[in-house]
Design a protein around this ligand. Structure first.
Ligand code: GDP
Ligand code: ZN
Length: 375
């Protein structure tokens, strides 16, 4: 047991070796692809830590493990975005909007031994075009904003280069569960991804009653959108939150994810549902997630694996660090590894007692530890 715990800790540290903030952006919207292209020639020393050379290729460590960066010929290869990976074939959308079915260069597969998926949905890829509709992925740019799950000691990247988590809950039907908001934002924080909170179905409640809750998150710096998909309330705010972003949608079934996505772009809900159904069936296949391009820029991804947002690799001692409201107090606890549960004295518990930390947030923290015993 103790041994296992250490193992998890070690993995966690490894994953966090490059704080998200310091990582170079592997993309993001479409100017992002240009950015990745320009980096190829101007990449300076020290932008990424831990780089080495292996078989003529550069190897860097990014949040999803080691990545191989073979030299590519930019006059032949084109930059694109991996929309989905199915078995050995990746669907890549190039900058001009065309899509190609691509195989992966053998060198990438051979060298990237500690990754289950050499290529993941969301990756920025250099493709050598072949024929009219095909190509070979020659290189994947370093990732950031990775949502992953660890299984049998290997990290399974669900989607790479996500820059926004849209955490959707409903005011009623199903009843509002603020704890879920906390889980989603902890996962986002852990991966260095921004989170926007959307409380849908506000037509079913008195919005004034939501104000205390909204206040807690707003004070922490999270944007909160109160919406009603069926009444059409504040949908522009949802639309503008997604615009140009790579968004992972989180939210339990029935909260109105499909309705909201459909209001952003008609037909989007159906695409997402089809993809989710495929993923549900293919839990043990190599299918991860699919990026659905938004008509006016950006992508949305919604998969059951991401929706459930288990705190896969987060260990209890680190959870408190992802509660923004705890941060000012954590360092004042007497014990450096204080769990803020039973220890006395504890600066976090004192802050709760004094009303500086919302009691419900603290309870949510306790629940998270309960659901995620030290594994
Ligand atoms: P999903 O499972 O999260 O994708 O949720 P759906 O979009 O399928 O919505 C579930 C149910 O909630 C459907 O019957 C929708 O019509 C309903 N619904 C969605 N948004 C709203 C809303 O803002 N207000 C109300 N009253 N019902 C909504
Ligand atoms: Zn403490």
């Amino acid at each position: 047991m103790a041994k296992k715990k250490r193992q998890v800790r070690a993995d966690f540290r490894k994953n966090r070796s490059n704080p998200a903030r310091d990582r170079i952006r592997a993309d993001a919207v479409d100017p992002q692809l240009d950015e990745a292209a320009s980096r190829q020639s101007v990449r300076g020393k020290g932008e990424l830590t831990r780089r080495r050379t292996l078989a003529g290729a550069e190897v860097v460590d990014d949040p999803s493990g080691a990545m191989v960066l073979p030299a590519i010929d930019p006059t032949v290869c084109r930059l694109g975005r991996v929309l989905r990976v199915q078995a050995l074939v990746s669907l890549v959308q190039l900058e001009d909007g065309t899509q190609r079915r691509c195989a992966t260069r053998r060198l990438l597969k051979t060298l990237a031994t500690d990754q289950r998926h050499v290529v993941a949905a969301g990756d920025v890829a250099w493709v050598r075009p072949e024929g009219v509709h095909e190509g070979i992925i020659e290189r994947i740019e370093p990732r950031r904003g990775v949502l992953s799950r660890t299984s049998r000691g290997k990290q399974h990247v669900l989607v790479a280069n996500v820059d926004l988590v849209l955490a959707i809950v409903s005011a009623a039907e199903p009843r509002l569960r603020p704890h879920l908001i906390d889980r989603y934002i902890v996962t986002a924080e852990r991966n260095g991804i921004e989170a926007v909170i959307c409380i849908n179905k506000i037509d079913l409640c008195n919005p004034a009653e939501l104000q205390p809750l909204v206040g807690v998150y707003s004070q922490l710096g999270y944007r909160v959108v109160l919406a009603s998909a069926t009444q059409g309330w504040n949908l522009d705010d949802v639309r503008s939150a997604l615009h140009g972003r790579h968004t992972a949608v989180a939210g339990q079934s029935g909260v109105g994810k499909s309705s909201l996505l459909n209001s952003v772009q008609p037909g989007l809900d159906r695409r997402v549902q089809t993809v989710s159904a495929e993923n549900e069936k293919g839990r043990h296949t190599t299918t991860t997630a699919e990026l659905i391009p938004l008509a006016d820029g950006g992508f949305v991804v919604d998969t059951p694996g991401i929706r459930q947002f288990q705190l896969w690799d987060v260990i209890p001692a680190e959870v408190a660090g992802y509660f923004r409201d705890f941060r000012p107090y954590v360092s004042q606890c007497r014990y450096p590894n204080c769990t803020h549960l039973h220890e006395e004295p504890c600066a976090v518990k004192d802050a709760v007692a004094d009303g500086y930390i919302d009691v419900r947030r603290y309870e949510s923290y306790l629940q998270m530890l309960d659901d995620n015993p030290a594994r």
